[in-house]
Write a protein that binds this ligand. Sequence first.
Ligand SMILES: *Cc1c(COP(=O)(O)O)cnc(C)c1O
Length: 229
Amino acid sequence: MSEIACRLDALRDRITSACAANRRSPESVRILAISKRHPADAIREAYAAGQRAFGENYLQEAAGKQDALADLGVEWHFVGGLQSNKTREAAERFAWIHTVDRLRIARRLSEQRPEELPPLNVCLQVNISRESQKAGCPPEDVAELAAAVADLPRLRLRGLMSIPAPADGIDAQRTPHRQLRELQERLQAAGIAVDTLSMGMTDDLEAAIAEGSTLVRIGTAIFGPRPQP
Ligand SMILES: *Cc1c(COP(=O)(O)O)cnc(C)c1O
């Protein structure tokens, strides 16, 4: 068994235990393998071990891997920062975008999504820890942005995503995840049909699952430490 296959097995066990501790079904949590800075061959190994959804942060780096892996049925997710001059490439190359944080970007993605492809799945990135340097919509603006994005014809609003400030210990880690879940519940109460909470990474996936994550974004626990750029 390859090293990546072993790590994926261990990760699936970790998720199963976290689900059991919270009386959740393990099928309710999907793994998004974050492959930034890892080579196409690493993705190929994870794919051979059953992983299908992969997330990338940089468009140019992703394009090279997408072309090299065009023979596989990878579901590509974009989880990096998105400038408005790059939306066309993102709309053409990905099935999901997790980092929509303003209406201008969402409108461009909807206009530029190729007609022959299904609607683009999007999550709204929320700056849940209110960090001044970080991307993401402020929590108080999420409801308005979600209502506008839900109306765009070529996008399918799936839910919310966040990258909280690092915290030590599961209790501290749970707080921002709980806040994101509560925002999601408010959208649902307002009649917006969202089904995805994209939260939890290698160091906080148990806290994220305890608070209702449906999609954990995992890099290090699958691929090992990232090569330096
Ligand atoms: C790199 C990255 C991850 C994965 O981080 P790990 O700690 O390696 O699991 C998840 N989400 C985003 C947005 C990332 O950029």
